[in-house]
Design a protein around this ligand. Structure first.
Ligand code: NAD
Length: 472
């Protein structure tokens, strides 16, 4: 029986391993983590992350061939294949602060693998890492050589939060990179055999290690760049009377461009896009390619600009001040169908409005009050000026932010509504009822193009929707 161990039971490690366990009943899968509360949650009825379809998969396999444990060393020692899916955030201090990937967690996992292993292992980079990381990992793993062979593979994960299970069941491709040596080829075959249980052979791409590592950064950079491109266009639409949805449709019908990922919004978020582009920028700078670095930096700058532009639009529309006014925030997660708030644009928008002394009433179907208040109390790390922190006093958050469990409650007596996440339920709200219970004039600022602008204007709202012609 092949034994797999995954270090890191997060948004990637948990769902990925659950699907491997489901699709490969003869493989034993252990997901391990140093965070005991997370492991306890994986072993309970309340999984630590929300993903449509995840609960069913976990319940099907847990206790049979899928195990969650804090006994990291034991499961690593027993495994044939060790996936490493730990977090790789942006460094906040020292060399490369604000851009480079912080590989502390990876390094400590690699050292532990080297220490506890008693048999040959395939070590798989599942985390997103800078290109050439495998070289460093190899040095760490082979340093204390005890006659054990470690073969490194890069197998970056392309799932998107909110559709993780769907993406894992039916991936566009699985990418496996390895050394072009007999050991590398053998390891690639072993990992291919796992995925071949459900992924068609022509969707399993094999490359050299560096191509696989770089492809993940490149994929996220391209996706984020597309969002910044359409968002840059949305600003021009507002300035000229063009409609960004019509422009997106018109350009998306060109088969060379394609229709996906062309929705304008208040900006991209999530733990990956910004982090991975910053990582790419740093790698370009280290390789003496400042112009290439600047090109990718601009993707993040446009994203920051989109959030600032949104806040400015809200304040300017509301007679240049939101001081003391109640603003309802609908949606806090960085996208629909997830409770993840990492780098969500809602944080910057809310902080911007709080900076103008608004009172906020926030509703998100999947994000807890504790999480929202924690996010709003944290200092924002400024990647462009790593030494500069923007403090927010936790006390002021308590006084000016309330978190409620209903969209109508959030909007009651509010002067304005900001839609920041594209939850399906926001399309179906009774906007007439909402309007009746709001202060007048009642404003809606739609940062996700979810509402029907014309019907809301008929109700009496003053409506701003990203990239759409403005209210006359
Ligand atoms: P996460 O923070 O949700 O999970 C990482 C887990 O690793 C944490 O639970 C942490 O406790 C654990 N961990 C850290 N060091 C450890 C150690 N030494 N031993 C055991 N456990 C340890 O992160 P995530 O969102 O799952 O992302 C993991 C990696 O996958 C990152 O590199 C990320 O860029 C990449 N990725 C994420 C996504 C996504 O949508 N979240 C998609 C593709 C790739």
């Amino acid at each position: 029986m092949v034994k797999i161990c995954c270090i890191g039971a997060g948004y990637v490690g948990g769902p990925t391993m659950a699907v491997i366990a489901l699709k490969c009943p003869e493989v034993q899968v252990a997901v391990v983590d140093i965070a005991a509360p997370r492991i306890n949650a994986w072993n309970s009825d309340h999984l630590p992350i929300y993903e449509p379809g995840l609960e069913e998969v976990v319940k099907e396999c847990r206790g049979k061939n899928l195990f969650f444990s804090t006994d990291v060393e034991k499961h690593v020692a027993e495994a044939d294949i060790v996936f490493v899916s730990v977090n790789t955030p942006t460094k906040t201090q020292g060399l490369g602060a604000g851009k480079a990937a912080d590989l502390t967690y990876w390094e400590s996992a690699a050292r532990m693998i080297a220490d506890v292993s008693k048999s040959d292992k395939i070590v798989v980079e599942k985390s997103t890492v800078p290109v050439k990381t495998a070289e460093a990992i190899e040095k760490i793993l082979t340093h204390n050589r005890k006659g054990i062979n470690f073969t490194i593979l890069s197998n970056p994960e392309f799932l998107a939060e909110g559709t993780a299970i769907k993406d894992l069941f039916n991936p566009d491709r699985v990418l496996i990179g390895g050394r072009e040596t007999p050991e590398g080829a053998k390891a690639i075959k072993a990992l291919k055999d796992v995925y071949a249980h459900w992924v068609p052979e022509d969707r399993i791409l094999c490359t050299n290690l560096w191509s696989a590592e770089l492809s993940k950064l490149a994929a996220n950079a391209f996706l984020a760049q597309r969002i910044s491109s359409v968002n840059a266009m949305s600003a021009l639409c507002e300035a000229t009377g063009a409609d960004v949805s019509q422009v997106s449709h018109a350009i998306g019908t060109d088969s060379r461009i394609g229709p996906k990922f062309l929705s304008s919004s208040v900006g991209f978020g999530g733990s990956c896009f910004q982090k991975d582009i910053l990582n790419l920028v740093y790698i370009c700078e280290c390789n003496g390619l400042p112009e290439v670095a600047n090109y990718w930096k601009q993707v993040i700058r446009v994203n920051d600009y989109q959030k600032t532009r949104f806040v400015n639009r809200v304040v300017a529309s509301m007679f240049n001040t939101v001081s003391g006014k109640k603003v309802a925030i609908l949606g806090f997660a960085f996208k629909k169908d997830t409770g993840d708030t990492r780098e969500t644009p809602a944080i910057d928008v809310c902080k911007g409005l709080l900076g103008d002394k608004a009172r906020l009433s926030i509703y998100d179907p999947q994000v807890t009050e504790e999480q929202i208040k924690k996010d709003l109390s944290m200092n924002k790390f400024d990647w462009d000026h790593p030494a500069h922190l923007q403090p927010t006093s936790p006390n002021s958050i308590v006084k000016t932010v309330s978190v409620v469990w209903d969209a109508y409650e959030a909007t009651k007596d509010a002067h304005a509504v900001c839609i920041l996440t594209e939850w399906e339920e926001f399309r179906k709200l009774d906007y007439q009822k909402m309007f009746d219970n709001m202060q007048k004039p009642a404003f809606i600022f739609d940062g996700r193009n979810v509402v029907d602008v014309d019907s809301l204007r008929k109700i009496g709202f003053i409506v701003y929707s990203i990239g759409k012609p403005l209210d006359s």
